[in-house]
Every structure is written in C-alpha cells, then in structure tokens.
Design a protein around this ligand. Structure first.
Ligand code: HAM
Length: 423
C-alpha cells in the first residue's frame, strides 16, 4: 500500500475557492469590459520565456531578475539540455518580444494591447505578496504621450471605481530619459557614496549598478531619502515639457495624484513617467495595487525598431483583497434555481427541467442524489440557491416555484418560470 501523504499548495500560492470566485469574476468582467471600451486588443504570450529576455529587458539588477526568478531548465539528455527559461515575472517583456517577433510595428500605430494572466516571482510570501499572482496588463506602443499617459491613469482610476474600491490615489514621478538620466545618476552617486555605510547591503551593491534603486529601498533611512537629489530637478527640457503636460491633463480630468520623488520603480526599463496606485493610508511598498510607466527605450534594447511605449500592470489579487476589506458593495449575484422533486427518484424529470431552464439562460443547480423533498430543499438553501423549482410529479408536468427567502410559493408552467424569477 502506498503511504498516505498530505500535500499542500506550494508556498506563496493560493487556491481560488468557489466562495471567492464570484468576487474574482466580477473583477474579470470589469477587465474585459474596460479593455473593449478603451479599444485594446487582446494578446497572450507564453507563461515562460527565455531567461535572457527578462535579464535584458528588466535589468540584471532588478529584484525580479536578481532574486525572484522561477527558473525552468531543459530536461537532461534532451536537445534542450542547458537551455534556461523563466516563468514570467511580468508581462511587458514578453509582449515586447512578441511585438518584435511578429513585426507588429507595421500595424496601425499606436498599438493598444491587453492581457490578463498569472505572473510568478520567487519572493518571500507575505500578506498581499504571492509567488503566483494575476495582473491585468495594458500596453500602448507607438504613442509618445503625454496624452496617453493621462488616459491610462484615468483608465486605472475607472477600473478601481468600477470594482468598488474607494480612495485610490496615483503616485507620480518622472525619472527622465537617456539625455538627462546620466546627470541625475551622477548626482545620486555623489550624494550616496559618502553615506554608503548607512545603506543596506542591497543598496550598497546598487550604488554602482543602478543608484536610482536605492530610493525604493524600504530600509533607506528617511532622513537620507529626504535629502537625496530629486529626479524632477534634473529633467531635460523635453522630459520637463512631457511631465508638465501630463500634470496639466490630469488636472483637467480632475484626477487626484501625488508626486512621489522616490518612485523609480523596480524594473530598469522605465523612462519619464512612473506611476503607482495605492489606497490612501496604505502606501507601504507591497501594497501597490498597480503600477507602470513609460518605457521608450525597451523595444530597441530588445532588438526592435525604436518606439515610445507605456503600460500598466494592475494587480488583481490585491485589488480583490482591498475591495473586500472596504466591504465594497458587490453587484447582486445571479439567483440560482435549485431543481428538486417531490419524488426522490425523479432523476430524468429533474434533469430535463434543469436543461430546459438552462436553455432559457437561468442559472440552475440540480443533483442526482436520492433524497426526500425536505432534504433536497434544505440542501438547496445551504448551497445558497434563491429559488427552488419543485417537480410535483415524475415528469414535472406540475411545477411549484418556491422563494427560499420568503417561503412563498405558487404553481406555474415551465415557460412562466424565467419571468417569475425577475419579479
Ligand atoms: P509591477 O509594479 O512589478 O509592474 O507589478 C504591477 C502590479 O502587480 C503591482 O502593483 C501589484 O499590484 C502586482 N504584484 C506585483 N508583484 C506581486 C506579488 N508578488 N503578489 C501580488 N501582486 C503583485 C509590472 O509588472 C510592469 N510590467 C507594469 C508595466 C506594464 N509597466 C509597463 N507596462
């Protein structure tokens, strides 16, 4: 006999249980609706990609590459032994890879793409931080902004409002581009080098590689952070005009935002606008509900023809959790009808009536257990059904519809049932 063994889900992953599914489905429905309304086209890329794509795209010094990569190796003895892939930590690099690979630059520009799916980061799990999580991602390639930057911030606000989250604020910064960033980098280096002893081990390492990342180190002494040079003071004229233009558009749309000088984002591909969304009062790093920004240089880095681009990844797990914590008013669920019968054995009749109701678009619950009517009704109530449709005879020639909340009931014909449910 094989030994009995209890296996649990991998650390940092979660099962979506039936009771949580309606909340997810509501958010997914909003995602699909908004993607269509804002004229995004769907794209799907593989869940794993060549590891170099992420190393080159996100940067060797990003946490996602340096510490959090889920590696997948080619099988020993196979042709692909020695090849390495990684489960995608984020969608942007894969989408840009697909854009280049399929020559999508010849399509009408700007190109607007969306995707929703699981991402993987091998980080230490904690509240709201998982090793597998879901993002809704939107990308616009070929639009230099700033109008599209404002449009995407407006889209994110609309998304949070639609899923019932209140008090979401956008944090905003601009980290310049290839023209002005080097000067800012030098200024940070000059500031932090003499203070290296007061930096975390991670930040000391980043000092040479990417000193901007020191600013989003949670362990950074707030006093040092406050005194650090600010990217906005180093913008070149073009980046300054872009940022001012974005702020003006946000003001015109009456969208709330806060400037955050430390918002440099964890991935190396960003230029100019960087954005993160938080519920006011919950601005801790791991609570970002979503984030993104402009990446005008990434396509060229990955071997494509240069094109300006911007995108956001909105975390679905954190959005669902935050909406539930606020007790956001859920839209009413469709009322389920349990099809039951006076005779415990009326299987064919129950199944036939259930099928006819499903044809008419009614959500139906039916089972094949042989139980007395009282037990069938009890079980329907426990399962959350709103109505019971009782077959009074084996074939369901005579039907009774019972309101399981009020207990009221009446006899009716099958074709009267759908209308009776909406009254
Ligand atoms: P990101 O800020 O790394 O950006 O992730 C976007 C969102 O995904 C976060 O704000 C958060 O809500 C969610 N998220 C990230 N890591 C976790 C985790 N371990 N557990 C739960 N939720 C998580 C990106 O991924 C960029 N690709 C966004 C982007 C698109 N930039 C340009 N285009």
């Amino acid at each position: 006999m094989p030994q009995k063994m209890k296996i649990s889900a991998p650390r940092g992953t979660r099962d979506l249980l039936p009771e949580e599914a309606p909340a997810w489905e509501r958010v997914e429905a909003v995602v699909r609706d908004l993607s269509a309304r804002y004229a995004f086209e769907r794209i799907e890329t593989p869940i794993f990609e060549r590891i170099d794509l992420f190393a080159r795209g996100l940067g060797e010094s990003s946490d996602a590459v340096e510490k959090e990569m889920f590696r997948v190796a080619g099988a020993k003895g196979s042709e692909e032994e020695g090849s390495e892939w990684a489960l995608r930590p984020e969608p942007t690099a894969g989408i840009v890879r697909a854009y280049i690979e399929h020559g999508m630059h010849v399509r009408p520009s700007p190109l607007r793409l969306w995707m929703m799916g699981p991402m993987f980061r091998y980080a230490r799990p904690q509240a709201g931080r998982y090793r597998q999580f879901t993002q809704w991602d939107v990308e616009v390639i070929g639009d230099p902004g700033p109008m599209v930057d404002a449009e995407l911030i407006e889209l994110a606000h609309r998304f949070y409002a639609r899923v019932g989250l209140r008090g979401v604020v956008a944090q905003l910064n601009s980290i310049g581009d290839a023209t002005c960033r080097p000067r800012y980098r030098e200024a940070l280096l000059a500031y932090f080098t003499p203070l290296a002893g007061r930096l975390s081990a991670d930040s000391q390492r980043r000092l040479q590689v990417n000193p901007l990342r020191i600013l989003d180190d949670k362990e950074l002494d707030p006093e040092l952070a406050a005194g650090a040079p600010k990217s906005l003071d180093y913008l070149c004229d073009a980046c300054r005009a872009h940022f001012d233009g974005l702020r003006e558009l946000l003001d015109r749309l009456e969208l709330r935002y806060a400037i955050n000088h430390r918002l440099v984002r964890g991935l190396d591909y960003y230029t100019r606008s960087t954005v993160e969304f938080y519920v006011t009062g919950r601005e801790g790093q791991q609570d970002a509900l979503g984030g993104g920004g402009r990446y005008d240089g990434l396509i060229e880095v990955l071997g494509g023809q240069p094109a300006p681009a911007i995108g956001f990844g909105l975390g679905i797990d954190r959005t669902v959790i935050a909406a539930q914590a606020q007790g956001g008013r859920a839209e009413p669920e469709p009322s389920v009808v349990a099809v039951v019968s006076a005779s415990p054995e009326a299987f064919a009749g129950r199944l036939r009536i259930a099928t006819a109701l499903r044809d008419a678009g009614v959500p139906v619950r039916v089972d094949g257990l042989s139980r007395k009517l009282g037990r069938q009704l009890e079980s329907a109530v426990k399962a959350g059904a709103r109505w019971a449709l009782i077959l009074n005879d084996a074939e369901g020639e005579r039907l009774t519809l019972r309101d399981l909340v009020s207990g009221e009931q009446r006899e009716l014909a099958l074709d009267e049932v759908p209308a009776a449910l909406s009254t």
